[in-house]
Design a protein around this ligand. Structure first.
Ligand SMILES: *Cc1c(COP(=O)(O)O)cnc(C)c1O
Length: 342
């Protein structure tokens, strides 16, 4: 199951979804119903699961469009059944069980009753059941993960015994897909790893995975500033001597965080960002002049140097999904193999 929520983490849901389906994914998942609508409007007919909550009109649309919804409570079961009866059709669902995330779903001991309720209410086709891991990205064999796997397996056993085991049972995200065979069950839900980002924090980059994304800009201007010259808001940086300072058309309005310690690649070398990052621009220190238009790499490889999203996790104190999802839509996305993605 290819997870293309949040516009495929900013990379374009229809393009990434088509590429994933071409490469062998069977199903897609998104967070909001509006994101499923975007996929259907793009002509994508593959199964799409919506992880999040839906409004009654969205349930009607999901029934009409054949979009699969998450059934996470007894209330949603009643709502879905009622809308399905009104439409005279079935609503396709995956049950959500909370095995230890504290976010959405019924508790493990309630699943049997929920499955029975779906059966009794009618109008609901239970195609799957799933849960989400809280610690898979942190450590491969965390006690909490083992406990979640055990609880999920227990739920599946009792559903099996009651003759209510749905076709698709799924628990693992990217981290589990790569590092935790016991959490794979019938299907894995892969998001960040689809984009070649490292699935876990403490383990090395998996050999099967390839980094595919880069974020590039061009030098807008490069000037020699005199000694004692303040750079950007607040003059947090002041030139010590005569210095080459390049201005880049990249700011926090593009998703480049206004935090200290930023670096970019220019001429295959790391160049430090100096002064505060502005909304639309930032400045970097260079050892020598470079022409306007020189390629700048914010994420990715240039020559033998590389700035990875793993590095930015530490600098920006956030997740890779957050880093790339926050790259503003005004930054054009360019796909390098359009025969697969377009
Ligand atoms: C976002 C999400 C995923 C994908 O997570 P990755 O770590 O990006 O692979 C899987 N399942 C659920 C429920 C999610 O919300």
């Amino acid at each position: 199951m290819a997870v293309v929520k949040s516009n495929a983490y900013g990379f374009g849901a229809p393009q990434i979804a088509r590429t994933a389906l071409y490469a062998g994914a069977d199903q897609l998942a998104v967070a909001r119903f509006s994101e499923a609508r975007v996929l259907r409007e793009a002509g994508i007919t593959a199964p799409v699961l919506v992880f999040g909550m839906v409004t009654p009109p969205e349930v009607d649309e999901a029934i009409a469009q054949g979009v699969t919804l998450t059934l996470h409570s007894f209330e949603t079961a009643e709502l879905f059944a009622q809308r399905a009866h009104t439409a005279g059709k079935q609503v396709r669902v995956h049950l959500k069980v909370d095995t230890g995330f504290g976010r959405l779903g019924v508790l493990p001991e309630e699943v049997i009753d929920l499955a029975r309720a779906c059966h009794a209410l009618g109008g609901i086709t239970v195609e799957g059941i799933y849960s989400h891991l809280a610690m898979a990205d942190e450590a491969p064999d965390h006690l909490v993960t083992r406990q979640q796997i055990e609880r999920f397996s227990g739920v599946l056993d009792s559903l099996q015994a009651a003759g209510l085991r749905p076709r698709w049972a799924h628990l693992g995200n990217s981290a589990a897909a790569f590092g935790l065979p016991a959490a794979r069950f019938d299907m894995v839900r892969v998001g960040t790893a689809l984009l070649g980002m490292k699935p876990f924090y403490f383990q090395p980059f998996p050999a099967e995975l390839q980094r595919v994304i880069s974020w590039k800009a061009q030098v807008a201007s490069c000037r020699q500033l005199p000694a004692g010259w303040g750079v950007s808001y607040g003059h947090e940086y002041v030139t010590a001597g005569s210095e080459w300072i390049a201005t880049l058309p990249v700011g926090y309005g593009d998703g480049f965080r206004r935090l200290p310690g930023n670096q970019v690649l220019i001429d295959g070398q790391r160049a430090p960002v100096v002064g505060r990052v502005c909304n639309d621009m930032c400045m970097v220190w260079l050892p020598h002049a470079v022409p306007a238009g020189t390629e700048v790499v914010l994420i990715g490889r240039q020559g033998s140097e590389e700035i990875t999203t793993d590095e930015l996790i530490d600098r920006w104190h956030t997740s890779q999904a957050d880093i790339v999802s926050s790259i503003n839509p005004r930054v054009p996305r360019v796909y390098s193999s359009m025969e697969r993605s377009g």
